[in-house]
Design a protein around this ligand. Structure first.
Ligand code: GLU
Length: 495
């Protein structure tokens, strides 16, 4: 079967066709992203179609999760259930009247047949499937006479419609990522097209819908590669153009022992919402996910906005080797995006945490942004980084011992003792004034500057590591709170 090239001269149309069965996984999101990029990089259309024919697996609210995720990720669809479009409806359960006539056409033309086998029979077939060399269903009803079929239909015997696979020869197709795929037809099961409940299977509905919606590029996970020959036989039976196939590589997760396996919950959050709740930014997630299976040609860049991805993306850059989802790498992207953020945007994310800090007002926001922007990889780290603001922890006085800074518990006593009146009498509580005062103190005591900065910072924060040094901590806490803490710490050292 040759692909009609003029078909692809048409505007590129891709579709994201999720089944509303739960949350939006990294894998689904990557599929949506690549579909979006393939369409947009060619000036084409990105369509959203909800595949809800598997009624048993539907999860309430899952469609809203899909809308919300696409919106947050910036993957705006051009046609879909919520906005309509020329090839709607875009929800399969609303297209029900459409599928059966197509299946009946296949029956009439000898490409499909009615099957009346009972559930019990099919189950027993499944249990002794080893005994037969036919894959799956044993094709019992494939040879029923027309007379038996029409009698059964008239008598209302429940039925399914199955695809009639060729019994010999090969089906060959070309995947843009995986290359040429050849499958012996005898390995293809006579799959169900219309189920006993009258609903089409995914396998049938996706063909009919992709055709009717003018989808030019079918982009999906590589788990569908093995079914694709069956789809091609359907396209062929109908005489429809075969779309361009782009199957995407598996996404793996790294196990604690360093080995890799199919990405799952045990590797950490795998849903978009969960990652957002953990403090990852949508832009960072999208940027990282874009690189899970694709890399730009002759380009070593890693940071891409969605628009830059549209400009750079090409199917040729998709790899067929599995990609490994690496949380550390995602965190690196997140940190990069936080650093690039404007202060205004930073405040939007940080404000809920800032507001939890006692006696710290918006006048301190610029200082905290300066302290935190280069140092956090997720916004959720703010409470921990600034935990000293609300409470001076019950710290170990050994924290005053710091060789590199030439500080010890003994030297700290002297430094803190002298620092109290100096800080008390500062005419202004500014970074400059504090820095000058503490530098002068070091000179006066004839010690290294760090021998002053270290104990002062420990005294007011009680933490070995803080974002920013002594000056920032003093400035943020304010004069009264700082002096109170230094005095407290001195008492502690002396007792
Ligand atoms: N409804 C299918 C899924 O969610 C779509 C697969 C496809 O894109 O064809 O896996």
């Amino acid at each position: 079967m040759t692909i009609n090239e003029s078909f692809f001269d048409q505007v590129v149309r891709t579709r994201f066709a999720p089944s509303p069965t739960g949350m939006m996984h990294i894998g689904n999101l990557r599929t949506a992203l690549y579909e979006y990029l393939i369409a947009k990089s060619a000036g084409g259309k990105f369509i959203l179609r909800i595949e809800d024919t598997d009624r048993g697996r539907l999860v309430e609210g899952a469609v809203d999760v899909i809308y919300r995720t696409l919106r947050t990720a910036g993957l705006t669809h051009d046609e879909g259930p919520d906005i309509g479009g020329p090839s709607g409806p875009y929800v399969q359960s609303q297209r029900m009247s459409l599928y059966l006539p197509y299946a009946q056409q296949l029956v009439r033309e000898g490409h499909a047949y009615y099957c009346f086998c009972s559930k019990e029979r099919l189950e027993s077939l499944r249990s002794d499937s080893d005994a037969s060399d036919v894959i799956g269903y044993d094709r019992k009803c494939r040879t029923l006479s027309d007379k038996t079929v029409s009698e059964n239909l008239h008598a209302g015997v429940p039925f399914v419609i199955r695809q009639k696979m060729p019994l010999s020869g090969f089906t060959v197709f070309e995947d843009r990522v995986f290359g040429k795929i050849t499958v012996p037809n005898k390995e293809l099961e006579d799959q169900v097209l219309i189920k006993a409940d009258g609903f089409p299977t995914y396998n049938f509905a996706n063909i009919v819908d992709d055709h009717l919606m003018g989808i030019t590029h079918v982009v999906r996970g590589s788990e569908y590669l093995s079914s694709t020959p069956k789809y091609n036989l359907l396209y062929e039976a109908f005489g429809w153009d075969i779309p361009c196939y782009v199957h995407l590589p598996l996404i793996q997760g790294r196990n604690p022992d360093g080995t890799v396996g199919k990405l799952s919950k045990r590797h950490g959050a795998t849903g978009f919402d969960d990652l957002i709740a953990e403090g990852y930014l949508p832009e960072a997630i999208i940027n990282y996910i874009a690189l899970l299976g694709w890399c730009p040609k002759d380009d070593t860049r890693e940071l891409f906005t969605l628009n830059e991805l549209i400009d750079t993306f090409s199917i040729d850059g998709i790899s067929k080797s599995p990609a490994t989802f690496d949380y550390d790498k995602l965190e690196w992207f997140n940190a990069e995006y936080i650093r690039k953020m404007s202060d205004e945007d930073f405040i939007v994310h940080a404000k809920p945490y800032f507001e939890e800090l006692q006696d710290i007002g918006p006048e301190s926001y610029p200082l905290m942004i300066e302290m935190l922007k280069p140092r956090i990889t997720k916004f959720g780290q703010i409470p921990e980084k600034l935990s000293y603001v609300n409470d001076l922890p019950d710290y170990d006085p050994e924290l005053f011992d710091h060789k590199k800074s030439k500080s010890s518990a003994e030297s700290a006593k002297t430094v803190l003792d002298h620092s109290v009146p100096i800080l008390q009498n500062l005419s202004q509580w500014t970074a400059e004034a504090i820095l000058t005062a503490l530098t002068d103190l070091a000179e006066g005591l004839d010690v290294k500057k760090s021998a002053v900065m270290w104990p002062v910072r420990i005294a007011v924060t009680g933490m070995p590591v803080t974002p920013g040094g002594a000056v920032e901590a003093l400035l943020l806490l304010g004069r009264d709170r700082s002096l109170y803490r230094i005095t407290k710490s001195l008492q502690r050292l002396n007792s």
